[in-house]
Design a protein around this ligand. Sequence first.
Ligand code: HEC
Length: 328
Amino acid sequence: MISKKINVLLASLLITCSLNASEDNPTQDEITTLYVATFYRAPDNGGLNYWLNQSGLTLSQIAQSFFEQEETKKKYPNGTTNREFIRSIYQNLFNREPDTLGWNYWENELSLNKISRDRFIEAVINGAKDDDNGFDETTLENKKEVGLYFANNGFSDMDEAKIVMEGISDDVKTVSFIKSKIDLDSVDLNSWNDYDDSNDYDSNHENDENDDESSNNNDDDKNHENDENDYETSSNDDTNNNSNISSTLTLPTSYSQNDGRLLASQCFQCHGTNGVSTNSWDSIAGEDEMDEVFGEDAIMDAQAHGYTTQELNLIGSYLKTLSKHHDD
Ligand code: HEC
């Protein structure tokens, strides 16, 4: 406990120093990371170039400008509490819940206006490291690499920019997997369906030397003539072919408020019909703390990671409408 406290103190000291250092010209790495943190997507080619070469702004000014964008206002509508905001940023960057100590610390800083939301984002980015809390630094590196690869290969589609980021974890295989999709210009809603973490997605690539050079090599790896990619299953011919289920599955792109009930039906397998449990596991009818789906229990944690934040929020708002059931 004591050493954790010291860590937080050190982190905040470090942050103060690095905030001052960020007044120089921003690098494309830094701007990309900011996109990941704020928007949870890869930068689009035009946007990255604009902020990097034309805006004339420092990194902190860019972070601030991001908060004036429609995209940000939509993602964090008025009324988003500091606590929810902190959580989103941690999920965007590291795919994890904030640790209690960090969560409370930042909530306090934000509530007392000791730090603004954009500066908080910069601070969390600068504090990322691989430790007991998770492989934050590696995860962020991976996301940055994918973001740069996407933008620097000339892509700008917003939906694709989101999709490429969705499956990126601390596992480097997620990076090579999605890069190969980008190479083939085959990023779509099904892109992650055929991801299999036991595959080595690089093994089929002849141009492996180039895989680490994420920037500007637009011509690299474009030639996939000899790639017999067994993971390339989502070609259109497969669409009506039941032999490959993943290619016939289309995930919804948007939800309406009432979809929470449908989404929650899967939860009822374990937590009982309409969330009233008849086994030793908790009832979730009337549950208003969706935070608890992460981190408390390994089985639950695995379930929860199958959902996007939006889906969990919808499930949560549905569960809230059910009358609260208290287990003995
Ligand atoms: C495979 C079984 C399984 C499924 C499916 C499942 N859960 Fe759970 N859940 C658990 C277990 C196990 C726990 C922890 C032990 C317990 O509840 O007693 C848990 C705990 C929880 C808790 C914390 C309960 C509390 O009061 O502390 C919430 C909230 C929850 N689940 C919500 C959900 C939601 C929402 C879904 C659907 C997205 C879901 N669960 C799907 C197994 C499951």
